[in-house]
Design a protein. Structure first.
Length: 222
């Protein structure tokens, strides 16, 4: 018997139950199937405009494009305006792979980062209007190393992927992946990395990217 099984056995003995009682099992199943929603603040009912305002308040930068085909030019322009190298690492996400990168001067490499990539781009699973937070899932499409090892992280967010509150991200995760098939990691990212641990001086890039730039695709306002 494992330590986990021993703990549950002790709990059942103290409650004088076996764990097989039909009413108790039905109550648990009903609770899991019909979990009540918590209180959602008014800001959690916002859309794209709220997301943009909150993301910029967290020191992220924001650009809007009309269609996915405009993403490479938007990223190239962002790097050029800041005198950053025209290099970019992306994962295997088909939404990025299908873009006209050859119409820019960008040198695009693929796969997970080994820590030597200055610029990386990912596609967000969702954007949370309530806090200006990006939700990114792990996997070959968008390796987690791109989120944390690059100096400049550029994140593509599609308008239809904006949700109002954090709770909606988990509901969407269950709907997209189904029970037992969720990605190994779900990262919530709000603004660039920062720390004020040393003498209360705010330092960007302390534990990850010093810049977070969001390319918002296909919608305005909301």
């Amino acid at each position: 018997m494992s330590a986990r099984d021993e703990v549950f056995a002790d709990i059942r003995r103290s409650l004088r139950v076996t764990g097989a009682e039909a009413p108790r099992r039905a109550a648990v199943a009903d609770r899991l199937a019909c979990t009540p929603s918590g209180v959602i603040p008014a800001r959690g009912k916002g859309g794209a405009a709220t997301f943009k305002a909150e993301a910029e308040r967290a020191a992220a930068t924001f650009a809007e494009v009309a269609a996915a085909a405009d993403i490479p030019a938007a990223i190239a322009g962002y790097l050029r305006e800041r005198n950053l190298p025209a290099t970019l690492r992306i994962g295997a996400d088909p939404r990025l792979a299908a873009l006209p990168w050859d119409q820019t001067q960008l040198d695009v490499s693929h796969g997970a980062s080994d820590g030597h990539d200055l610029n990386a781009a990912s596609v967000a699973f969702a954007g949370v209007a309530e806090t200006g937070t990006l939700a990114l899932v792990s996997g070959a499409d968008n390796p987690t190393t791109l989120n944390f090892l690059s100096d400049n992280h550029l994140v593509v967010l599609f308008a239809e992927d904006v949700v109002g509150d954090l709770e909606s991200v988990f509901a969407r995760l269950r709907a997209v992946y189904g029970a037992g098939h969720a990605p190994r990691t779900l990262n919530f990212i709000t603004g660039p990395s920062r720390s004020a641990d040393i003498e209360q001086t705010l330092l960007f890039g302390a534990h990850g990217p010093r810049r977070l730039h969001i390319v918002f695709v296909g919608g305005h306002g909301g």
